[in-house]
Each structure stands twice: as structure tokens, then as C-alpha cells.
Ligand binder design. Sequence first.
Ligand code: 8X3
Length: 262
Amino acid sequence: MTAEPSGRRVLVTGASSGIGAATVRLLSQRGWSVIAMARREDRLKALEAETGCAIIVADVTSDSDVLRVRERVESSGGISALVNNAGGAIGIDPVDQADANDWDAMFDVNVLGVQRMIKALLPSLRKASAQLGVADIVSISSTAAFLSYEGGAGYTAAKAALHSALVGLRLELSGEPLRVVEIAPGMVKTDEFALNRFGGDAARTEALYDGVEAPLVAADVAEVVRYALESPAHVNLDLIQMKPVAQAAQHKLHRGPLAPKL
Ligand code: 8X3
């Protein structure tokens, strides 16, 4: 990674697949200088070869990794935007049967991982905002932050905590040219989200999307990230909830063709 000015330079976490990888692809195409961060080096290398992005192999749940990321970002020109995408769900156990270790892991990646990244990179973002007039923290939460469902309590609690933390952050940054954007997607069909949640059960994953006409895909969310980042500097998209048309709510999913009631 060479030193360069921090204008339109973004770091994306969870970049090895799904929404993160789609965001890296789209922002690279748009001329952003992109740093893709994730744990899996082989996937990052493929993304680097495809898009020309810089890569950092690191885990948002590791204090020492995040410190290393901070040092590398600062020594290579800083960033003007951070996209906190790393996260995920583990299991679908009801509260009385869930493994506390799974909840711990969900809180670590979905909540504390975002806090670690913001704490580490806020100085760089502040510097960029002084140069450019604005800098951005975009975080991918979930519709799960706003509606609980059976078997999802650990995940919904973590995403609700993330939402609450982002509201607090926006208040704390009041008066600075820093935008805090939260994007809350519903059903997004990616290669890994549901597969990870269901412990690798491919049949169960496929059944989740069965008959759903056009679930969101990673590129749909990436496009909203791009829109938020490229909006005029005075426009803060505080919170965007997005779902496929077939999903009126997590518990109100239409399977089968969408058809007008004529
Ligand atoms: C994923 C959305 O509906 O599985 O963040 O909770 S949902």
C-alpha cells in the first residue's frame, strides 16, 4: 500500500464475501481507493487481483489486529470513509436453549468489532474531514435491529445494540463534519450469511429463500453504501431500512410470484 492522499479512500470490513466484497467492487469501479479488510487472505487476494484494491488480513474481533490496521492506515495516507460490514448470525436457538458462547461471538463481531474499528480509525477520519469537508462511518446493521423474532434473539439483540451505539456516536460527533450512516437490510441472499447461521446446512439455507421472488442481493446493499458516501456532504442518511418487496417484515415473507390484486 503506497502513501497517497486520503480523498475518497475507504476501508471496508468483512470484505471477503457478500455485501463487503460487492461494496469493494462497486466503490473500486467508482474510482474510490479501497482497502479491503477480512480474515481470509485467499479471498482478499482474489479481490485484489479483480479490483486493484489494497488488502489487510485482519479480524475486527482482535484488539491487536485492529491496532495493526490503524497503524497501516495511518502510515499509508489515512481514510475518508469506513464501512463496517463485518458481522453475522450464529444459530437459531431460542433464548432458553442458546449457547452463551454463540451470543458472545455475535456481540463481539457485530457490536464490539464496530466499536474497535471506529475507535481506531476516528483520528484518521477526523483528519480527512478537515481536508475534504466530510468523512463517513457507514455501518451495516439489519432489520433485525428493529424487530425480534423467534430463534433470532441473540442476533436481534446484537444488531439492536449496534443501532443504539450508532445513535450515541452520531450525537457524540455533533458539530463535526462526520456522517454516521446506518444501513439496515432485511433478507439478502448471499453465499454465506444464512449458511453460517445454519451451521453449514445447505438444504436449510436454500429453503429459506425458497419461492421468494427476488431477495435482495449484495450489490443492492453496496449501491446504497455508494449512494450514502457520494451524497452531497451536508446530507446524512442516518438510517436506511431496505428489504425485498416480498418481505413486508421478517415474519411476513411472501413466497411465490408477486402479483397485483386486480
Ligand atoms: C439479516 C436479516 O431477517 O435474517 O440481517 O434477521 S434477518
